[in-house]
Ligand binder design. Structure first.
Ligand SMILES: NC(=O)c1ccc[n+]([C@@H]2O[C@H](COP(=O)([O-])OP(=O)(O)OC[C@H]3O[C@@H](n4cnc5c(N)ncnc54)[C@H](O)[C@@H]3O)[C@@H](O)[C@H]2O)c1
Length: 448
């Protein structure tokens, strides 16, 4: 069955592409999900999400059952839809610069698939790409492989994605804005109309820009958020040396100033996830090639890298030398409600611990263990649950803010651990309730 006019195709069935596809289908818009990964496509066909994201599984099941979402490895199917989103990965190269290989390949194959198509088709670059990618890379590749002139019966937009893993479906259904970067009115209007169908009366503010502005909006957004994290971690590290100071109270106070605001100012082990580090590296590299060195963004990254050392320092302060000490790491995912461990702070902390002499590391995460096994050395043990991880431990580091870890009380730590040293890297607990343990938290001054 061909999807027909008004339908959408999405190339790249990762976090962004799959959540976007499931959300489109949930609004009755026929969607074709395309990926080169055959296993992933087979799973989607069976209505099973190949990655964890709250609400995604049930949404996907319904969409597949109603045949509103189909999945294929065959990119030529995109030609039977009206618009195609590119949501492939844009990883970092070793030097931090963006690797556009997947975007280039997808654009070329899509262009070829569209070469025989008579009616209008819109291509939307939703992947995060450095300014100029849509116009200077995707445009000529598409034009060449489709033998069409972009802006005539082949439209092109940049339309960055702002969803957050862990709340991706909700974010897709209720974004705070939509940014559309286009060179011609028809491309911009076609995409806006598609979003009007999707959101109906609840269409968020649509900001129309050039493709380059839209591309830079995404980097500005991630760079600002990452800088907030490194800023508050800087304050936390200062606070940590002053008896009687708690960074959380500082945030409570400064957050009341409307120019500052309380959000995204949570001191912790440093940011992780697939985007912040990669995007900061990409924009730093891009900017330096333009002849401008973005010192602030370098400091944001440097502070983040250093934050893992701060966590390990807290551990050593409590335990002394780590030789033969059993260290329980609670949480591996870069944040709660995801199985994603890409660039997770837990990995940086574990790798630093492994460089020390002789600690025994036992880790637990409700979802991320299978992903972590692929990245961590065999010398890390994995526990069945948080309680088994704590059994006989000399120190516990809370690395991810999972709700189930919040339920562990001081008495649980006391009952299970050999020595009740607790490093709360996520500031999950109220220190007052854990006074019976040797407790240290990021951004809490030493006990007098
Ligand atoms: N993950 C996030 O939270 C998030 C949020 C906003 C923006 N983004 C951006 O969105 C893009 C996608 O991110 P993601 O996390 O969904 O990536 P991902 O790595 O989870 O998924 C990418 C998918 O693209 C597929 N793919 C690669 N090349 C392909 C090709 N030529 N044809 C078809 N499929 C191909 C891969 O097999 C994979 O399934 C990136 O640019 C990222 O920076 C991600």
């Amino acid at each position: 069955m061909k999807p027909g006019p008004g339908s959408v195709s999405v190339i790249g069935m990762g976090y962004v592409g799959l959540c976007t596809s499931a959300a489109f289908a949930s609004k009755g818009i026929k969607t074709v999900g395309i990926d080169i990964d055959e296993k992933r496509i087979e799973q989607i066909r069976q209505g099973r999400a190949p990655l964890y994201e709250p609400q995604l599984d049930s949404m996907l099941k319904k969409a597949v059952k109603k045949r509103l979402l189909t999945a294929t490895n065959d990119i030529s199917q995109a030609a039977y839809t009206s618009s195609t989103f590119l949501t492939v990965g844009t990883p970092s190269r070793k030097d931090g610069s963006i690797d556009l290989t997947s975007i280039e390949r997808a654009a070329e194959e899509l262009g070829t698939a569209l070469s025989e198509k008579q009616s209008y088709h819109l291509v939307i670059v939703k992947s995060t790409v450095i300014p100029g990618t849509t116009n200077r890379i995707v445009n000529p590749i598409l034009a060449k492989s489709s033998s069409k002139t972009i802006g005539t019966n082949l439209g092109l937009c940049a339309n960055p994605e702002f969803l957050k893993e862990g709340t991706a479906i909700n974010d897709t259904l209720h974004p705070d804005k939509i940014v559309i970067g286009a060179n011609d009115k028809k491309s911009a209007n076609t995409l806006k109309q598609l979003y009007m169908r999707f959101y109906g009366k609840n269409l968020p503010t649509v900001i129309l820009t050039s493709p380059e502005t839209a591309e830079l909006v995404k980097y500005a957004s991630n760079a600002f958020l990452a800088t907030k994290v490194s800023f508050i971690n800087t304050i936390a590290n200062i606070a940590q040396s002053i008896p009687g100071v708690d960074v959380n109270q500082i945030v409570e106070a400064i957050g009341r100033d409307p120019r500052i605001g309380p959000l995204f100012l949570k001191a912790g082990p440093g940011y992780g996830g697939s985007c912040f580090h990669k995007d900061l590296q990409a924009i730093i590299n891009f900017s330096e090639n333009l002849g401008y060195s973005p010192l602030l963004l370098r400091a944001t990254e440097g502070t983040n890298e250093q934050q893992a050392e701060k966590v390990v320092e807290l551990v050593e302060k409590l335990t002394g030398p780590l030789e033969q000490k059993r260290i329980a790491v609670l949480g591996l995912a870069f944040k709660k409600d995801t199985d994603d461990i890409r660039e997770a702070a837990s990995l940086r902390v574990i790798n630093l611990l492994m460089k020390k002499k002789g600690p025994i590391i036992v880790a637990y995460d409700p979802l991320a263990v299978p992903n972590a096994r692929r990245l961590l050395t065999e010398s890390v043990e994995f526990a069945q649950d948080e309680r088994s991880a704590l059994k006989g431990a000399d120190c516990c580091i809370v690395m991810t803010e999972w709700n189930q870890f919040k339920k562990l009380r001081a008495k649980d730590y006391l009952a299970l651990m050999r020595t009740p040293n607790l490093v709360d890297a996520r500031r999950l607990y109220d220190p007052k309730e854990y006074e019976s343990l040797n407790f240290a938290g990021v951004g809490i001054g030493p006990q007098e």
